[in-house]
Design a protein around this ligand. Structure first.
Ligand code: ADP
Ligand code: ZN
Length: 432
């Protein structure tokens, strides 16, 4: 069962042919923008058209810096009058980035989103509650229009206010909900405080989780807590937002929609394609966007292509879950560490709660990695000898995983301050 059979199961040869055609149209559109208008390789590719999708490598990359430097209008490829919406990042670390859409772009995005949800088993008979923030964050409106296109009854709940979320779920019989994974542990706690069990007291059968890195172990916890299937949803604002890559009901990696994007995985140092199946940086080109095409965008997300065909029959390649962002990685005592390595260790332990925080600090001129770990209520009470053993055990597991000995602090559930929106896992307070 497919949303758009002809595109989703298109054989690779025809899919690549379609990509070449759409890439040429995209370049012709992109060159209207001040930024791409200045890039000689783009004008050259328009004059002597490319014939194979691999030739995309002759075009230069676009980076987040490029988007920032030409803020706010440098990448706009149509007249401003044609633009009907923008989404923008918060810009806490410099100029924000902004993405513009015209009517065509929004319709195309909603369609990709509907296709993604359909692949994850969502149908027009479902009641869909979107617990993502509405506004500039793409997880709100991005899902909203996709859910409507698919034909579900949509509940645009927005983020937070767990009591209200639970009431909405129960009043309207929500069957599918979308949220960022770091929120769902909190929501579950509120269910418990209310004396409710989401497995029995709701009609939920599916959760869609994404927008932030999480491990397979974290997914499994969420599935157990809510008694549902939780599907991984990947996207980024520069490529619209959600609806870029999504798990189908096989749950074996995320199909990335190759009729809408050219997808490359490169070695971030040599900038050359990695060998098939190796981890590298995801690079993406829009193929169906008019107001603001983006060519060879370096996402900084690290992942790999999964080998083999998917049983569902879709021919679009599958990405492995995102291992982290190149800019999430930190170096301590000479070792490269990704927060997800630590999450992977913690989420396997039944005593550990859903939240943790990594702080890097200079103590007596030594850089240290402090990991605050929430311990579940039932384990946190009393027994100091047990907690002492647990602390040593976690220390050893993490040291074996990342090769740095952490300072583990076991804390009560709920004591790690929550961040607004996506979880921030690492705080670097080292003396530079
Ligand atoms: P920001 O860069 O401000 O977080 P976005 O909302 O565009 O803005 O976030 C996109 C990023 O979120 C992606 O580049 C990726 O790092 C992360 N992300 C999105 N979905 C997932 C997912 N399913 N798994 C892991 N990371 C994800
Ligand atoms: Zn599949």
């Amino acid at each position: 069962m497919y949303w758009e059979k002809d595109l989703e199961v298109l054989d690779r040869k025809h899919l690549e042919k379609l990509q070449v055609e759409r890439l040429m149209t995209t370049l012709q559109q992109a060159v209207n923008s001040p930024y791409y208008g200045r890039i000689p390789e783009i004008s050259k590719a328009i004059k002597s058209p490319i014939h194979s999708i691999d030739q995309i490598r002759e075009l230069p990359f676009t980076t987040k810096e490029d988007l920032r430097n030409d803020f706010p209008w440098g990448f706009l490829s149509v007249d401003k009058r044609e633009v009907v919406r923008l989404h923008s990042s918060s810009g806490t670390t410099g100029n924000p980035t902004v993405v513009y859409h015209n009517h065509h772009d929004l319709a195309s995005w909603a369609n990709l989103m509907a296709r993604s949800l359909f692949a994850a088993g969502v149908r027009d008979t479902d009641v869909f509650q979107n617990m993502a923030g509405y506004g500039l964050f793409t997880g709100g409106l991005g899902f909203q229009y996709g859910v409507e296109k698919l034909g579900c009854l949509s509940i645009p709940a927005g983020a937070g206010n767990s009591l209200r979320q639970i009431k909405l779920m129960r009043d309207y019989g929500t069957t599918v909900a979308h949220a960022i994974p770091s929120y769902l542990g909190r929501l579950f706690d509120v269910f418990k405080e209310e004396g409710l069990d989401p497995r029995k007291d709701t009609k939920l059968h599916t959760l869609v989780i994404g927008a932030e890195p999480h491990t397979e172990e974290h997914r499994q916890r969420i599935e157990e807590m809510f008694g549902v299937k939780a599907y991984n949803s990947f996207g980024l604002s520069e490529m619209n937002g959600p609806g870029v890559a999504f798990e189908c009901t096989e749950q074996n990696g995320l199909h990335i929609w190759e009729d809408a994007y050219v997808v490359e995985i490169i070695d971030p140092i040599t900038l050359q394609p990695v060998a098939e199946g190796e981890i590298g940086e995801l690079v993406m080109t829009t193929l169906d966007r008019v107001a603001m095409p983006v060519i060879r965008y370096r996402t900084r997300d690290l992942t790999r292509f999964l080998p083999g065909k998917c049983k569902c029959g879709r021919t679009h390649r599958r990405l492995d879950r995102i291992a982290g962002r190149s800019d999430d990685m930190f170096i301590i005592k000479g070792c490269n560490v990704f927060p997800m390595q630590i999450e992977g260790v913690l989420m396997k332990l039944p005593e550990v709660g859903d939240d943790y925080r990594i702080t890097l600090e200079t103590i007596d001129d030594q850089d240290e990695m402090i990991v605050q770990v929430e311990v579940k209520k039932e384990w946190f009470k009393g027994d100091l000898a047990f907690l002492d053993k647990l602390q040593k055990y976690i220390t050893r597991l993490i040291r074996d995983e990342v090769l740095v000995r952490p300072l583990i602090k076991l804390v009560e559930p709920g004591s790690i301050p929550k961040t607004e929106g996506k979880a921030i896992r690492v705080f670097d307070r080292r003396k530079k």
